[in-house]
Design a protein around this ligand. Structure first.
Ligand code: NAD
Length: 503
């Protein structure tokens, strides 16, 4: 990409690339170098309404919702193939926009390809059921698409988190308005172009970037929005939930986390250390389900911490686009300030930084938003560094003697997205999995997910889940059809004694 001429990315509405009416644009910078990489059109309320109108018309008039799902299955499958063929350019775009390493971005694109394949497989299997009722009646259900669905995505996995809900929404026959995060909209716009070229009808997939408060709220408040899938912070999620609740539309809220990782005395410490490392330093710690609170049995604390520290110190920081880089920059300078603020808070509350703790010394990295992988011990559980989501490469460590204490520490949080367990004791693993308050548990694995497995949290981590077969249920509604089979002109046979006659 030529730094002198940032590439243009416009809004994608009704199959067309357009600028906003006011012509506002933002310049996006590579978080690793500060170089301008893209000029992006900014939507306002008018463009949000335009996108809803296009989506609503396409839903009613295009064949997308109307057929048996064969068209959708075919187009989504084709889209998966096209994305796979273009995977490298998508991964590179994600890396220069968001900062993650190319290896991570390739993994994200591969996940999106699988998500599209999975959604394609479901598109022509959306079935109702027949339900026995008193004769002479026949009852059946059909599942129908909702109409226009709105998808609001965060910046940490820009394409992956957008498409994990867009794909099942499309597979179910809905039309979509996607609002990516303002910092990272590039792959979403590129995806809309690819989808359009691959046969998604105009208006079925629209992308509008713009300020969340103005554009996001305009989208969710409008009566044409029939469901919302939101991934982002708790604060904004609660606001979206309020609006959706007032409008009685279905909502999925995928919010933050402060996930514990429990290490029992019998754990394989080498595997656990690697898993813990990936779980907090992957994506430079900018993961909703980052396993950011290590809770380790006192007897293995010293050897385990030695291994996790060695893992952290071996990570090579640098621009994600370069070969051999293990950890890229954070997404923005604001995010660096936020993370450093939490590290300071941990120190002030008595925490001991055993590695990292600030920006790297390497002058080559000075223009980028880099923070070293950081481990802090002995931070009191009341510290905001332990209670709040940092969203950066910072691991806090505490230890336990009795397993009850470990469970209490693990569950002592407003969040409940994910928890990891490391132990060879199968019985202990499964009984602990039952007692941890989280929507997802990993046993002897770092945070890992697949398009076919549900992803969602409890408590302040959200409502509902994404991914898996259930996503089709979210994006469709059940209609019940009751048929009286009596001969016309004849008195209908009496219903069962328990059934009241119609008034
Ligand atoms: P954010 O809440 O600031 O923004 C998320 C999206 O909401 C963006 O597109 C933003 O423009 C939009 N938005 C902001 N204000 C809005 C409003 N008033 N109305 C409508 N839309 C609005 O979150 P972020 O900083 O982009 O992402 C980080 C957060 O996302 C973290 O808390 C992280 O844990 C969470 N997250 C959760 C998951 C999950 O699956 N549970 C996954 C990734 C990230």
């Amino acid at each position: 990409m030529n730094a002198a001429e940032p590439a243009r990315f416009d809004l994608f509405i009704d199959g067309q690339e357009i600028s906003g009416q006011k012509g506002e644009r933002a310049t996006l910078k590579d978080p690793a170098s500060g170089h301008a990489i893209a000029s992006v059109a900014i939507a306002g309320r008018d463009e949000a309404l335009h996108a809803l109108e296009a989506a609503d018309r396409a839903f009613r008039e295009s064949p997308w919702a109307q057929d048996d799902g064969a068209l959708r299955a075919r187009v989504l499958r084709r889209l998966a193939d096209r994305l796979e063929a273009d995977a490298e350019s998508f991964a590179r775009l994600e890396t220069v926009n968001m900062g993650k390493t190319l290896r991570e971005a390739r993994g994200d694109v591969a996940f999106v390809v699988r998500t599209l394949e999975y959604a394609s497989g479901l598109a022509d299997k959306i079935e109702g059921e027949t339900i026995p009722v008193p004769p002479p009646r026949f009852d059946y259900t059909v599942r129908e698409p909702l109409g226009v669905t709105v998808h609001i995505a965060p910046w940490n996995y820009p394409l992956l988190l957008a498409i994990r809900s867009v794909a099942p929404a499309l597979a179910s026959g809905n039309s979509v308005v996607l609002k990516p995060a303002s910092l990272t909209p590039l792959t979403a716009v590129s995806f809309a172009r690819l989808a359009h070229a691959g046969g998604v009808p105009p208006g079925i997939l629209n992308v509008v970037m713009g300020p969340g408060r103005e554009v996001g709220e305009a989208l969710v408040t409008d009566e044409r929005c029939r469901a919302v899938s939101f991934t982002g912070s708790v604060e904004v999620g609660l606001r979206i939930g309020e609006i959706a609740g007032r409008r009685a539309i279905p909502q999925t809220l995928e919010l933050g986390g402060k996930s514990p990782v429990l290490v029992l005395p019998d754990a394989d410490l080498d595997r656990a250390a690697r898993g813990i490392g990936f779980g907090i330093f992957g994506n430079a710690g900018q993961m909703c389900w980052a396993a950011s609170r290590l809770i380790v049995h006192e007897s293995v604390r010293v050897p385990l911490l030695g291994k996790v520290r060695a893992f952290a110190e071996a990570l090579k920081l640098g621009p994600g686009i370069e070969d051999g880089i293990d950890m890229g920059p954070l997404v923005s300078a604001d995010q660096v300030d936020r993370v450093l603020g939490y590290i300071d808070a941990a120190r002030q509350d008595g925490g001991k930084v055993i590695t990292g703790g600030g920006r790297p010394d390497d002058p080559r990295l000075a223009p980028g938003n880099f923070v070293r992988p950081t481990i802090v011990e002995e931070v009191p559980p009341t510290s905001r560094a332990v209670r709040e989501e940092i969203f950066g490469p910072v691991l806090s460590v505490s230890s336990f003697r009795e397993v009850e204490e470990a469970i209490r520490l693990a569950n002592d949080t407003r969040f409940g997205l994910f928890a990891a367990l490391w132990t060879k004791d199968v019985g202990a693993a499964h009984s602990l999995a039952r007692r941890l308050h989280a929507g997802m548990i990993a046993i002897n694995d770092p945070p890992n997910t697949f398009p076919q497995t549900p992803f969602g949290g409890v408590k302040d981590s959200g409502v509902g889940s994404e991914q898996g077969r259930k996503s089709i249920e979210f994006f469709t509604r059940t209609k019940n059809v009751l048929v009286h089979l009596g001969t016309p002109g004849k008195r209908p046979a009496p219903a069962s004694v328990r059934t009241k006659p119609p008034k």
